[in-house]
Design a binder for this molecule. Structure first.
Ligand SMILES: [Zn+2]
Ligand SMILES: [Zn+2]
Length: 256
């Protein structure tokens, strides 16, 4: 059997280990992806530390996967070999439960999470159910596409469903893995973008990414600064801190 390299976690708390495995064969409703790039997400720690229900070990993490379909399983007729695809956190839904019937697939009662319930993208070949696949446009590289499958979806979907219109003030808190994408999306959506971060270090990067304003949360009162700009219609908070989020609320404008 031909082999591949994979990075797995053998049991909760174990370090990542590089191993050789047999290249898996796609089953019914699955495709095999030749992985070309896989982003690293903080949520990979769930797999390493067993912080998510339903993980069976050994498990290969990775849910920001970009690659090319290299084989298809029985019953797959809408995808073909050679197609560029991505797989994110959403690793497939059942299609039958109440939430699926409402079209709310991420809340499927039987949702599978990539790299949690089945092996993810830290391997050369990965199996994925067709319900997990996103088609990748030709114009984007695998390396650029991969982080969009989790960090990108998180910020893009938050912003596009948050109700702001072009010209509205939208604040993005944090200029990290999520925030640097949030600023770019917010700029492309036509918002007035205020980036919020601690210290001055990120000011230049934030402006380069498309922020019109930069607010240093260490040196100023963020809520007051946002109110001076008219109050934010939306604040996209990406820093993992309840305390920092609470301090932002008063920066919202009317109907924010
Ligand atoms: Zn993630
Ligand atoms: Zn379902």
């Amino acid at each position: 059997m031909p082999k591949m390299k994979a990075v797995q976690v053998i049991k909760p708390g174990s370090p990542f280990e590089l191993v050789e495995r047999e290249i898996p064969q796609p089953g019914p409703g699955q495709v095999r992806i030749r992985v070309r790039a896989c982003g690293i997400c903080h949520s990979d720690v769930f797999t390493r530390e067993n912080l998510f229900p339903g993980i069976q070990y050994p498990r290969v993490p990775g849910h920001e996967v970009a690659g090319v379909i290299d084989d298809i399983g029985p019953g797959v007729n809408t995808w073909s070999k050679g197609q560029r695809v991505g797989v994110g956190w959403h690793g497939g839904h059942c299609g039958d439960c109440a939430d699926c019937r409402r079209g709310d697939f991420i809340n499927c009662a039987h949702l599978k999470v990539t790299g949690i319930h089945f092996d993810g993208g830290y391997e050369e070949y990965m199996l994925a159910p067709v319900t997990a696949l996103a088609a990748l446009p030709d114009g984007i590289s695998f390396e650029e596409a991969a982080p969009l499958l989790c960090a990108g979806v998180t910020t893009y979907n938050s912003l596009r469903h948050a109700g702001a219109l072009p010209g509205d003030l939208v604040a993005v808190e944090g200029v990290g893995g999520l925030g640097h994408l949030g600023i770019q999306f917010a700029n492309k959506f036509g918002y007035k973008v205020a980036a919020i971060s601690r210290g001055k270090e990120n000011a230049e990067l934030a402006r380069k990414l498309g922020a019109h304003y930069y607010i240093d949360s260490r040196a100023t009162n963020v809520a007051e600064e946002l109110q001076k700009l008219g109050g934010a219609r939306v604040i996209l908070a990406t820093a993992p801190s309840g305390k920092s989020k609470s301090a932002l609320v008063d920066g919202l404008g009317t109907n924010g």
